[in-house]
Design a protein around this ligand. Structure first.
Ligand code: SME
Length: 152
């Protein structure tokens, strides 16, 4: 599936009648299955009123990094910066939390509900330099659709 087809599938998932957690799981499964260089896909959300992220649904290898303090790693930095973070080569990052030697690159895109950063989508790849503007555009689309699930 290309990104245009994937966008349609994401819309179908988010507008379906299933529970939010099932929708998020379906999105992770879809992304990991359909984009060959997406080897891990998951959602982190702000953990209540704590300044930390908590792992929610994901597809791929389980990670021990279930809680990530704001500011720590790529994910924690996005919680603070409110901006996409594209890491084409993780060896170039000092503030990075490794989820295994196979992971070579990572992209994190924040999710905004009413202007507030509530969490993020995190993609790990086993390839170096795999991401382009198209990934950012696509993942921003995914995050906007996911935001509608929390907008009440
Ligand atoms: N690499 C991330 C940690 C989360 S895992 O990729 C699942 C980071 O540096 O924040």
């Amino acid at each position: 599936m290309n990104f245009s087809e994937l966008k349609k599938s994401i819309t179908t998932i988010t507008e379906s009648k299933s529970k939010t957690s099932n929708k998020l799981q379906s999105i992770c499964d879809l992304l990991k299955a359909e984009v060959d260089y997406y080897n891990w896909a998951g959602f982190y959300f702000k953990n209540g009123d704590k300044n930390e992220l908590k792992l929610a649904e994901f597809a791929g290898k389980p990670t021990e990094h279930v809680i990530i303090p704001f500011g720590k790693g790529i994910c924690g930095q996005v919680a603070v910066s409110n901006q996409n973070f594209v890491v084409q080569d993780v060896t170039e990052q000092n503030n990075y939390i490794s989820c295994g030697f196979q992971v070579k690159s990572e992209i994190v895109v924040p999710i905004f509900v009413n202007g507030k950063n509530i969490g993020q989508i995190d993609i790990d790849s086993h390839s170096t330099n795999p991401f382009s503007d198209k990934d950012e555009d696509f993942l921003e689309f995914v995050c906007k659709k996911v935001a509608t699930l929390f907008d009440n």
